[in-house]
Design a protein around this ligand. Structure first.
Ligand SMILES: [Zn+2]
Length: 274
């Protein structure tokens, strides 16, 4: 039944099955992105092509079709069930505008096997040909110089034999506690809604520190009246554990480090609670 339902949903959303799946036995579907040129919405149906049975969740991702007609995965694949399928397709389509574009040829960028984010057309191979060869020699020379300096600096330049006696050391504890810590504590909130495609960002004392877009991705499943956000984290290639990920729509300004939810699919601001 869910196979029939899943296929019907894909058909209703305008998807057509591929004849082949180079990576597995499930049926792949795809169609054009509604607005972005050369971008396709690609779905791993999770339906086995031989048994016609559901063998897994449905995966939704975006691919960029490059000049050589190769498909480059430009988003992380989000897995969902029949219930979440339409919403996930919409969320992934919305994620297109967060995919970086090559400034030389306007193709979408993707994460290569090396881990580098590069142009889908690999256009640098055409425009950097000449410069590249000279660069190479420079690179080698530069490297040897660099390693030389490195080895000569091997020993840390510490004042030898003279350590400050323990009693004379200045510990943070000895410092006067500034008035800053008595700053008024404020509640910062954001409107986070079910269906939002989200990532994580880290701030430290109100200053932006780190953006996890591209490393962490999730879909908001629900938000409770007291502000608890239940996120289905679908991808996490960061060094954060799942218990490090944010789960509320608010925090207070007295917390030094904050990891907060970053909404990708809409424009959402964190602001002082009214
Ligand atoms: Zn390019």
């Amino acid at each position: 039944m869910s196979v029939v339902q899943r296929k019907a949903m894909l058909k209703a959303e305008g998807f057509f099955p591929h004849k082949k799946n180079a990576k597995g036995t499930t049926i792949i579907y795809s169609r054009k992105h509604p607005t972005a040129k050369f971008v396709r919405v690609v779905i791993d149906s999770g339906i086995d092509n031989k048994t016609n049975k559901v063998v897994g969740k449905v995966g939704v991702k975006l691919c960029f079709v490059n000049r050589q007609k190769s498909w480059r995965e430009v988003t992380i694949e989000i897995f969902t069930t029949n219930t979440g399928l339409v919403k996930t397709i919409k969320a992934q389509e919305a994620a297109e505008k967060f995919v970086k574009t090559c400034k030389h040829c306007k193709a979408k960028k993707f994460t290569a096997k090396s881990g580098k984010v590069v142009c889908s057309n690999a256009c640098w191979t055409t425009w950097s040909g000449k410069r590249n060869s000279t660069n190479k020699t420079q690179g080698v020379a530069g490297k040897s110089v660099a390693s030389k300096t490195k080895s000569s600096q091997k020993k840390p330049q510490r004042n030898p034999g003279k350590a400050t006696p323990k009693t004379q050391r200045t510990y943070p504890l000895n410092k006067r506690v500034g008035k800053k810590s008595q700053k008024k504590r404020q509640k910062i909130v954001a409107e986070i809604l079910p269906g939002d495609l989200v990532s994580v960002e880290r701030i430290e004392l109100d200053t932006f520190k780190e953006d996890y877009t591209g490393k962490i991705l999730g879909i908001v499943m629900s938000v409770t009246p007291d502000g608890r956000v239940n996120v289905n984290w679908t991808a996490n290639t960061s060094n954060l554990e799942s218990y490090d990920l944010p789960f509320t729509n608010s925090y207070t300004t007295d917390s030094r480090h904050v990891r907060r939810i970053k909404v990708l699919s809409r424009s959402v601001e964190w602001a002082e609670a009214a």
